[in-house]
Design a protein around this ligand. Structure first.
Ligand SMILES: Nc1ncnc2c1ncn2[C@@H]1O[C@H](COP(=O)(O)OP(=O)(O)OP(=O)(O)O)[C@@H](O)[C@H]1O
Length: 302
């Protein structure tokens, strides 16, 4: 297993761009242990448990990311789009150093910070305590946390909740606090996993400003989002990952267009079918609607 490498920043390329992440033929495979198919029923599992046998315990491999290569540059904000389970979060977790690539090479030109919806903050501790723990977990010294503390509190905008347990926060408040902690000191590479979708318009505007600031300070930002708007307004480039493979890399509007063409086609077709089924239900009754929909009950025609 190859761990991410860090090396001195090389000089820029012919266009003066300085690489920050080089991902070369990276594949990531999860090994999942569990019951084998033949014993997946409750009776088989119970029998195995009683006999303490490990027979039938299956191992499955999930190829989450397959042979992905790209170079990210300082000052870029890169959106990652793709349908559920396509490998976006896995790729980001690897860039952030949390999941090692199974094969291929990953080179990072600086420190990466992951900002995830599920970032490890402690629900039973207060916001204040989480700022201290979270910021130090990101590598800040106590002195740096002290210096950044007021800025974090101001950005998170959680008022009196600062001294209440995080479990009592709304999802928007939690997202603001995570974002404030993760960006307290400008990271070289900021990895944002869907965290922006939980905030309101005011928070998104502030987050956008901060992302712009990181980019201006020559950092690189990666953003996973299912929102076309987030990708198109916050990103200078987009990658489309489909079933673990990199299918498109380029201008966010163009990449989103390609992605929407593949998946949007089905949505459009199904919307029309649904409308027709509703019309049939109203005019001819539920049986007619059911018979009409039964034509496509096996799978989508692609
Ligand atoms: N810890 C894990 N162990 C085993 N399999 C995993 C693990 N995490 C993700 N997977 C699998 O890897 C594949 C890619 O998942 P991933 O979460 O990276 O996709 P995603 O594009 O981020 O999805 P979503 O948009 O739903 O968040 C999926 O098949 C998922 O089930």
């Amino acid at each position: 297993m190859a761990a991410p490498e860090t090396a001195p920043t090389p000089g820029g390329d012919a266009d003066g761009r300085v690489p920050s992440v080089v991902c070369s033929g990276v594949s990531i495979t999860y090994r999942v242990y569990g019951v084998g198919r033949e014993e997946s029923d409750e009776e088989g599992a119970l029998r195995r448990l009683l006999s303490r046998s490990t027979r039938g315990v299956g191992r499955r491999e999930v190829h989450a990311v397959r042979d992905v290569s790209f170079v990210a540059y300082r000052g870029e904000s890169i959106g990652i789009v793709g349908s559920n389970g396509s490998g976006k979060s896995t790729l980001l977790r690897t860039i952030a150093g949390l999941v090692p690539p199974t094969s291929g090479k990953l080179w990072l030109g600086g420190k990466a910070a992951l900002l995830g919806v599920n970032a490890v903050l402690m629900p039973k501790l207060t916001g204040r305590e989480n700022i201290w723990i979270g910021a130090q977990a990101l590598g800040l010294t106590p002195g740096q946390v002290r210096a950044a503390f007021d800025d974090i509190v101001e950005f998170a905008d959680i008022g009196d909740f600062l001294d209440l347990p995080m479990a009592s926060y709304s999802s928007g408040m939690g997202a603001r606090l995570r974002f404030a902690i993760s960006t307290a000191v400008t990271p070289d590479i900021l990895v944002v996993d869907e965290a922006l979708s939980t905030g309101d318009a005011h928070f998104r505007a502030k987050a956008n400003e901060r992302i712009t600031r990181i980019r201006e300070q020559a950092g690189t930002v990666f953003i996973v989002s299912h929102s076309d708007k987030t990708i198109q307004t916050m990103c200078s480039r987009a990658l489309w990952i489909d079933k673990g493979r990199l299918l498109a890399d380029g201008d966010p509007v163009a990449v989103n267009g390609l992605y929407a063409r593949k998946y949007g086609k089905h949505r459009h077709v199904w919307r029309e079918r649904f409308e027709e089924a509703r019309r049939l239900e109203e005019t001819e009754g539920p049986e007619a609607a059911r018979a009409y929909l039964a034509r496509w009950d096996r799978s989508l025609d692609s």
